[in-house]
Design a binder for this molecule. Structure first.
Ligand code: GLP
Length: 235
């Protein structure tokens, strides 16, 4: 793993965006795996700025998001569909048919998970996966459990995740309790992985993930088994 500490979040964001940009320039029709949450926001801002200054072209890029909440509409500001549109897709020249997010409103969620996994495969697999880390060590919405889920699946969110996400909703009862997420296997098949973790609150779980035992109780620890991972972190 290539692990770099940053003392400034702006520098971390610029560096993360430069790695994504390098991926797009070296393969203009690359497949990007995208994350949500606060961690990648600065990276998305930098990517938008590169595009606006004429330094990056997304016209052939294909994207697959990690996850989506079940039970909220896509016009709800907290849905990941809304987040991606607002923070990236509406601000760059990506074509909407090239952007993919699990459809958690599908009538048959198991069929949707299979369809999503198959579309990633049909696109040639993920070249570059961007990740944040949850406070309990989750990636995507792969929560701590007794095994590493392989494929895209429907998950019950951990109480700590529901609690952490409550800050974004009017009340805790409105926080979704289920989500669709790529599996750990889906993520591990990505050819390159970039994990971003900024903030004092993320440091303990990050250290466990990078230096502790590989265990599904700390899902991010599985990245120790991947051959091309870059970690950018800071307090
Ligand atoms: C959510 C997302 C994850 C993300 C995590 C951390 O749970 N599903 O993909 O990594 O939040 O969020 P943040 O970056 O806001 O700490």
């Amino acid at each position: 793993m290539q692990i770099t500490e940053f003392h400034n979040q702006g520098q971390l964001n610029r560096y993360a965006a430069s790695l994504v940009a390098e991926q797009i320039r070296s393969k203009p029709d690359c497949v990007l795996g995208l994350a949500t949450g606060s961690s990648p926001l600065g990276t998305y801002k930098e990517l938008v700025s590169l595009y606006q200054h004429g330094n990056l072209d997304f016209s052939h890029v294909i994207t697959f998001n990690l996850d989506e909440y079940c039970g909220i509409n896509y016009d709800n500001e907290q849905s990941y569909h809304f987040y991606m549109k607002q923070n990236l897709f509406a601000k760059i020249n990506i074509s909407s048919e090239n952007t993919h997010i699990p459809d958690a409103s599908a009538p048959n969620l198991d069929a949707e998970c299979l369809r999503y996994e198959q579309s990633i495969h049909n696109a040639g697999g993920i070249d570059f996966q961007l990740l944040g880390i949850g406070h309990d060590g989750h990636i995507g919405f792969n929560e701590p459990c007794d095994h590493f889920p392989i494929k895209t699946h429907c998950v019950d969110l951990a109480a700590s995740t529901i609690h952490a996400n409550a800050r974004f909703f009017p009340s805790i009862d409105q926080v979704p309790t289920k989500a669709l997420t790529m599996g750990i296997g889906t993520i591990m098949k990505a050819r390159k992985i970039l994990l971003i973790a900024f903030g004092i609150d993320k440091q303990e779980i990050l250290q466990q993930a990078l230096n502790g035992k590989v265990t599904p109780l700390v899902p991010t620890s599985v990245l120790q088994l991947h051959s091309n991972v870059t970690v950018l972190y800071g307090k």
